[in-house]
Design a protein. Structure first.
Lengths: 114, 114
């Protein structure tokens, strides 16, 4: 079974530029999450989708971050404009059901903002 | 508020030693779930275990064991006869009964030397 796919694995941009990350969850997983993991910290939830609807985006900095999950499968996370403090690993995860809490994570996209 | 504390930032052991990773949590929910995840150098988070608040039985899976004690709000993880492949960052996480959000601790980096 294919795991959660993310791209790109690494991205370096200058502040005020924009960047987009892509995630393809495990087939059949209705719930998709984007987490931000700053170096030395645990992952922090940015946004959760159930199919193509947003369940929780309370910690998403909406002035610069946006995410969508068209058709309830793939998802894109965009940052525009990027700030230095956005340097982090962006982890995508999916689960068959939010109830079990067993999330399957991708390898992440490491963003460096200069 | 919900919180997970992993006081040990980094632990170093020599192969075959036993090692215990501590996790202390805070929640006002009566129903909640606790998790451990492993993050190897490749970056993806690997699910290890889920425990619900009504099940205080300790669990053993091969060299891994977990000690859940509600009285001290702790969910500690022990690796017996550690191996080099156990080297990773380990995260403890909490999910309240009425939310899908996983709250992660800051992680403990385990280094096992040959």
């Amino acid at each position: 079974e294919a795991g959660v796919a993310q791209s790109p694995r690494y991205k370096i941009i200058e502040k005020r530029q924009s960047v987009a990350f892509w995630c393809n969850p495990i087939s059949g997983h209705a719930t998709l999450y984007w987490y931000q993991q700053i170096l030395g910290q645990g992952p922090k939830l940015l946004i959760q989708f159930q199919n193509n609807g947003v369940v929780d985006d309370s910690q998403l900095p909406k002035d610069r971050f946006s995410a969508e999950r068209l058709k309830g499968v793939d998802s894109t996370l965009k940052i525009q404009p990027a700030k230095l403090e956005d340097s982090a690993v962006y982890l995508c995860a999916s689960s068959l059901s939010p109830v079990t809490g067993e999330l399957f994570f991708g390898e992440g996209s490491r963003l460096t903002v200069l | 508020a919900q919180k997970v504390t992993q006081a040990q930032t980094e632990i170093s052991v020599v192969e075959k030693e036993d090692v215990t990773l501590d996790c202390v949590y805070e929640t006002r929910d009566t129903t909640y779930y606790l998790f451990w995840y492993k993050q190897p150098p490749s970056g993806e988070l690997v699910f290890l275990i889920r425990r619900n608040s009504f099940d205080e039985q300790n669990e053993i899976s091969g060299r891994y064991s977990w000690n859940f004690q509600k009285s001290t709000s702790s969910f500690n993880f022990t690796i017996t006869a550690s191996q080099v492949v156990d080297s990773a960052v380990y995260f403890c996480a909490l999910r309240g009964g009425n939310t899908d959000k996983l709250i992660f601790g800051t992680g403990t980096r385990l280094q096992v030397f040959p």
